[in-house]
Write a new protein. Structure first.
Length: 306
């Protein structure tokens, strides 16, 4: 699993070198703003003296790269999904000591920064639901990453990642012994719960407030686009479960989504499996007691309902 790279530095000359490699010719970088919301990488907005005047750059340490994210953005834009254009992609080399991804700046702010009235939230969530239904209409024959052959079974694609995060030293050291035992017993039955799988469906993979961009127009707030995809072909329920992982209601979204694409029977129990995985990932990255508590809660719920 990748490590956190949220504290990387970028000098003005380095930013200009990246911009000149993309645009050709001389470019003057007029400023850099650190953007809120990035949980894994350093994210900056660059302002410069040539069209389009602004771009977003993501940075990762040597050894990390953005190939998967760039592939996901291009794949999704080809299918008319609202997300940034990829301008350029570079590994750690002469231009920078870091890998980087240079992207289009989407207008507006992310949902966590916007003060939306109920009516505005209803519009944005309706637009998001429509975009997600359109995305989830794209399927293929196998589950797994873009550009890979994939697996015939969702269990073959999904269960190894659940076992991997549980096996990490971070999870093993941060969860109490009784919680680890409960998690292990829950994981033993997860494959049984996920046996009723859907078709391999294209998902965004990381939808939460900081990855949903909104902009204020003359008639109110609207969806601007979505950021930071971890796109793959998966069971679409994993995407939907993630939206509810931390008790965020998304009521308008689910009303609109399910009107167009009804949920499958038994989804409540399968969602618990996805929640357990999400909470364990947060234990791995952040270690907060809250995440440890909810991971234990999800495991207990799974065992109670089987």
């Amino acid at each position: 699993m990748p490590k956190l790279d949220t504290d990387l530095k970028l000098e003005t000359k380095q930013a200009e070198a990246v911009l000149e490699a993309w645009l050709g010719g001389s470019v003057a970088c007029m400023g850099m703003d650190r953007l809120e919301g990035g949980m894994l990488n350093t994210v900056l907005r660059l302002r410069f003296d040539r069209d389009p005047g602004t771009a977003v750059i993501k940075l990762s340490r040597e050894g990390g790269d953005f190939v998967r994210e760039a592939r996901a953005l291009r794949h999704m834009r080809e299918r008319a999904f609202p997300c940034p254009t990829v301008y350029d992609l570079g590994g750690a080399a002469s231009l920078l000591p870091h890998s980087y991804l240079l992207l289009e700046t989407l207008p507006g702010v992310h949902m966590g920064q916007a003060s939306l009235e109920e009516s505005d939230a209803a519009v944005v969530e309706q637009e998001l639901a429509e975009a997600m239904v359109a995305l989830h209409a794209h399927t293929r024959d196998t589950y797994g990453a873009l550009g890979a052959a994939g697996e015939q079974s969702w269990l073959e694609a999904y269960m190894p990642r659940l076992h991997a995060v549980r096996a990490s030293d971070e999870v093993g050291s941060r969860l109490a012994t009784d919680a680890l035992e409960t998690v292990d017993r829950a994981i033993e039955v997860c494959a049984e719960l996920l046996a009723d799988e859907s078709a391999p469906t294209l998902i965004h993979g990381d939808i939460w407030a900081a990855n949903v961009m909104v902009e204020r127009r003359d008639d109110g707030w609207h969806l601007s686009g979505l950021l930071d995809p971890s796109a793959e072909y998966a069971d679409a329920e994993m995407e939907l479960a993630y939206l509810r992982s931390f008790r965020t209601p998304w009521t308008h979204f689910f009303d609109a989504y399910t009107a167009l694409r009804p949920l499958r029977p038994g989804h409540e129990l399968r969602w618990l499996v996805y929640w357990l995985h999400t909470y364990l990932i947060h234990v791995y990255y952040f270690g907060d007691q809250h995440y440890c508590d909810v991971a234990g809660w999800a495991a207990r719920q799974i065992l109670a309902k089987v």
